[in-house]
Design a binder for this molecule. Structure first.
Ligand SMILES: *Cc1c(COP(=O)(O)O)cnc(C)c1O
Length: 395
């Protein structure tokens, strides 16, 4: 891990393999995560959802941003409840947020109850067999750390059916049930007027109301913006914390969090009529100046961002100016047409170009890639040098 000289800037050290950790000099580029922007986004979501509590969803290594540093920044901002997908992710977050409530969305895998108790995290239980196994563990050991009940209201992924949930009501009424949260998940929250939203919120209100005394949670990032009947007692934003637009039909209310820069490894001239890249799909229509950049689809810059003679692809900011990608994206490299840069812009081997930032949003890139911002963030590769900006003092 390469600690940067600036004391407000720390390196993450979460590459998949420590041997692949690269010094800043050797890295293909720099991925900067703005922890203050994440904290500001959390506060904005909290205000929007008030009086509900605002949790933080930090699964998938905090959407590629780094679970440890992100959880520490959110905890310092006041976040008290975290959600991850797996037990392995829970361990990383527990180390960063020792006193937080911590839920595991994928629930209890077989024979893992003791591992949940060992780090004091709570399974989100969405299956009756899972519940039976957890109950047996709690009876046998006296563990009372709590669990969530997930109820399906239309997503048809995880969660008890409504009649299965109904059958638990006598247990809730009897008290001492060990259930600390009742939740469901919206399937179409990013579409403001999707009819499934109203059906899900009505079904959830009805069943959650019978889990008396148990806090209820329905809304993800986009759900927070659907109206005052959606937040219940606890909201579970993920993507919006990391700058993805939770309201795709309107302007993005969130601050951008991620900036991605990659290195120019070569500048070359190609003659009019020459083709560029695999498949020879892009032809120079004039004498063309290209910057070859050391990032490709193995780094999460999707192949779908390329261009050909008929279709423009993604843009890259070079020396402050947007320039188009030329030809297909390779595994490790991409080409940018920099012919139109003003002649005073000196661009050289070793300079950095901006793939995300300077007006290029995660959502814009996702549009070019034919996907959503979530997939862009969680695909960002290990070959970038990860740097953190801001964050709690002393972290
Ligand atoms: C991932 C996830 C969230 C967070 O969703 P975003 O759309 O990223 O805000 C909330 N709840 C559940 C059950 C999830 O799986």
């Amino acid at each position: 891990m390469n600690l940067m000289p600036d004391s407000r800037t720390t390196s993450s050290g979460t590459p998949a393999d420590a041997d692949m950790a690269v010094t800043a000099d050797a890295a293909i580029g720099t991925l900067t995560v703005d922890l203050d922007a994440i904290a500001a986004n959390w506060r904005k979501l909290e205000k929007t959802a008030v009086p509900a509590e605002c949790a933080g969803v930090v699964k998938a290594n905090a959407y590629g941003c780094g679970a440890g540093p992100v959880a520490r920044a959110l905890a310092a901002a006041g976040c008290k409840t975290f959600f991850v997908a797996t037990l392995g992710e829970a361990r990383a977050v527990r180390a960063a947020a020792p006193s937080a409530d911590l839920y595991v969305l994928d629930g209890l895998f077989q024979n893992c109850s003791d591992a949940f108790a060992a780090i004091n995290c709570r399974p989100v239980i969405g299956d009756l067999n899972e519940l039976a196994e957890w109950d047996a563990f709690c009876r046998r050991t006296g563990w009372a750390g709590g669990a969530a009940i997930h109820i399906d209201t239309g997503m048809n992924r995880l969660g008890l059916a409504l009649d299965e949930a109904q059958a638990l009501i006598p247990r809730i009424v009897a008290g001492d049930h060990g259930i600390t949260l009742v939740m469901s998940h919206l399937a179409c929250a990013e579409t403001l007027h999707h009819p499934l939203n109203a059906r899900q919120v009505a079904a959830f209100r009805e069943i959650a109301g019978q889990f008396s005394g148990v806090p209820a949670s329905l809304a993800n990032s986009s759900g927070i913006f659907l109206g005052p009947q959606y937040p219940f007692d606890l909201v579970r934003p993920g993507a919006a914390l990391y700058g993805v637009n939770p309201t795709p039909e309107a302007d993005n209310p969130m601050r951008p969090v991620v900036e991605l820069k990659a290195r120019i490894v070569h500048i070359r001239m190609v003659d009019k009529g020459e083709s560029v890249g695999y498949g020879a799909t892009w032809t120079a229509r004039r004498p063309t100046r290209l910057a070859i950049v050391a990032a490709g689809y193995a780094d999460g810059y999707f192949r779908a961002g390329g261009s050909n003679d008929g279709t423009r692809g993604a843009d890259v900011v070079v020396a402050g100016t947007r320039c188009p990608v030329a030809g297909r994206i390779s595994m490790d490299l991409l080409a940018v047409d920099i012919t139109d840069l003003p002649s005073r812009a000196t661009v050289r081997r070793g300079h950095f170009v901006t793939l995300i930032g300077e007006g290029i949003t995660v959502d814009e890139l996702a549009h070019h890639f034919g996907t959503i911002g979530y997939e862009v963030l969680t695909s960002l590769g290990d070959r970038y040098n990860r740097i953190y900006k801001g964050g709690p003092a002393g972290s």
